[in-house]
Write a protein that binds this ligand. Structure first.
Ligand SMILES: Nc1nc2c(ncn2[C@@H]2O[C@H](COP(=O)(O)OP(=O)(O)OP(=O)(O)O)[C@@H](O)[C@H]2O)c(=O)[nH]1
Ligand SMILES: [Mg+2]
Length: 165
């Protein structure tokens, strides 16, 4: 029987969650596309082995979809906060983190400081200082970052997977 481990992707609209799902789940699709806001939710699956899959659940970041977040993140073993790496976006992400952290229910939390290719981006360490959760740099439109992204998810779930194995 296949076991699904749920990972929720949270963050403002335009942060790069859909792009990250594409990066981690599909090696063929073009990664850089015109922005199409996710309507409500989106998901993708990573297969770890013959018995375990990771469900990546994106919670649409536009504010009018926020009412769904508490329901969408239920049962998640990990929450990945995705943010653009400019100060305004990071401060907004910090607000979201504080607003929803009570709903995480013990899930592991990491942040992704995305769009590191954009000039003037804050370094992941500076983003981490503001967010207070382990933060990793990312360029989700770059297929060369696929392995890096994959490792962030797997490492975040490592303890859980080992215990269950
Ligand atoms: N330069 C750059 N652009 C990126 C990067 N990641 C994503 N983008 C672009 O940013 C835009 C928004 O990305 P999405 O993945 O759709 O954002 P989202 O977080 O899913 O947005 P919502 O669905 O509204 O919550 C798209 O045009 C992407 O191509 C990146 O690392 N660098
Ligand atoms: Mg999206």
């Amino acid at each position: 029987m296949t076991r699904y481990v749920k990972v929720a992707l949270m963050g403002s609209g335009y942060a790069g969650k859909s792009t990250l799902i594409k990066l981690l789940t599909d090696s063929k699709k073009k990664l850089q596309v015109n922005y199409q806001p996710t309507a409500g939710m989106d998901c993708g699956t990573i297969t770890l082995d013959s018995t375990t899959k990771v469900s990546l659940v994106e919670m649409g970041g536009q504010s009018h979809f926020e009412f769904m977040w508490a329901d969408l993140m239920r049962g998640s073993k990990m929450v990945v906060l995705v943010t653009e790496s400019n100060p305004k976006a990071v401060l907004k992400t910090r607000q979201l983190l504080h607003k929803y952290k009570d709903k995480f229910n013990g899930a592991r939390v990491i942040a992704i400081a995305n769009k590191q290719d954009v000039e003037g981006s804050m370094k992941p360490e500076s983003v981490q200082d503001l967010l207070g959760v382990p933060t990793y740099g990312m360029v989700a439109i770059d297929p060369k970052q696929r392995l890096h992204g994959y490792k962030l998810i797997i490492n975040g779930l490592r303890d859980l997977l080992r215990v269950a194995a």
